[in-house]
Design a protein around this ligand. Structure first.
Ligand code: PCA
Length: 326
């Protein structure tokens, strides 16, 4: 910018401020999942609510499908201020802090009611962990319960041995390892390609991601294990958040609370609908056999112990509070 233009821009800013209309703050918000995904759709509603609440002074633009930053880049991008706000699948960061992984312990919380209770028991610890990372928690919403996808009938863990398994965090890699499968970590945006090229032949996820991936074109069987309901979280860069007016901060929090409640209700509403789409497209959708369920539950007990050992007193306090509220 030449100095003449810089002076002009400054005068315009002063004039507009004088006229009582503060210049809007524009925030880009990277999200990892596609436009068809309910988390993304509610991200748009969140941005609309913030715009309305702030009278247009905080204008959030959603960038879906990993178009601005890929899923595994979003948390760091927001931490270092490359993006002022973003959404991330938090349990993928369990290696940084075990509390981020509390929602992905198999068979600890398997219904929406349990998931909400686990969130209530863990959100302060998660908020503090994020704050240590230079982030401010805005809202969180759960995915539908996780089930297993294969291209053959599976009746027990023995049937799973040696199959290439797409993992999305440390817990799913560990689960695969316990089951004798070969895990490879892949973002949802790259899942269809990984399955099409044989990099992976199975995975665990919600019906939501199966639907986004048109999974009926790639695999044949879905086992509704209802193993856990992991979460996405939306967080802001702390310095960017602190630079907002108090009213704008209140709007972010209020819109976040509304969005969390609405997106959670929508997640629950859609959970069965996704599985119906699989049936309608010719897939086999079934509960796991008793044998498979028992074997998976035993892995869940092992992984609960492992998580408690890694998460120390903070972890025990979360699990105790969760169980006490049961
Ligand atoms: N879908 C995301 C995370 C959990 C889920 O249900 C995925 O598979 O990557």
């Amino acid at each position: 910018m030449t100095s003449k233009f810089r002076t002009l821009a400054a005068s315009v800013a002063i004039m507009t401020a004088g006229a009582g209309t503060a210049l809007a703050t524009d925030w880009d918000m990277p999200m990892a999942y596609p436009e068809s995904n309910f988390h993304t759709q509610y991200g748009h509603r969140f941005a609309d609510a913030v715009r309305t609440c702030t009278g247009g002074s905080l204008n959030i633009t959603i960038h879906s499908g990993g178009s601005l930053f890929k899923g595994n880049e979003i948390k760091r991008a927001v931490q270092i201020g490359q993006a002022p706000i973003g959404e991330r699948f938090l349990s993928a960061h369990q290696a940084e802090n075990p509390v981020y992984g509390v929602d992905s312990i198999p068979f600890l919380a398997t219904s929406y009611e349990d998931s909400n209770r686990l969130w209530d028991a863990s959100k302060d610890a998660i908020g503090s962990a994020l704050e240590k990372d230079g982030l401010v928690l805005i809202y969180s919403a759960p995915w539908p319960a996780q089930g297993l996808y294969f291209k053959q009938e599976i009746n027990s863990v023995a049937d799973m041995k040696g199959i290439k398994f797409r993992a999305y965090n440390a817990a799913t890699s560990r689960l695969a390892e316990l089951a004798g499968m070969n895990p490879v970590q892949i973002e949802a945006a790259d899942l269809a390609q990984a399955l099409a090229t044989g990099v992976a032949a199975s995975f665990i996820s919600s019906g939501s991601t199966g639907y986004d991936t048109k999974i009926w074109e790639l695999l044949t069987h879905f086992y509704d294990t209802q193993a856990w309901l992991p979460r996405n979280a939306v967080f802001a860069n702390k310095p960017a958040y602190d630079a907002l007016s108090e009213q704008e901060q209140n709007c972010l929090q209020a819109a976040g609370e509304l969005t969390s409640a609405a997106a959670t209700a929508r997640s629950e509403q859609l959970a069965g609908w996704y599985l119906q789409q699989f049936v309608d497209n010719g897939m086999t959708v079934a509960p796991p056999s008793d044998a498979l369920r028992d074997e998976l539950k035993a892995f869940g007990a092992t992984m609960t112990e492992e998580w408690l050992a890694s998460a120390g007193e903070t972890g025990s306090a979360i699990i105790d509070a969760y169980r006490a509220a049961q």
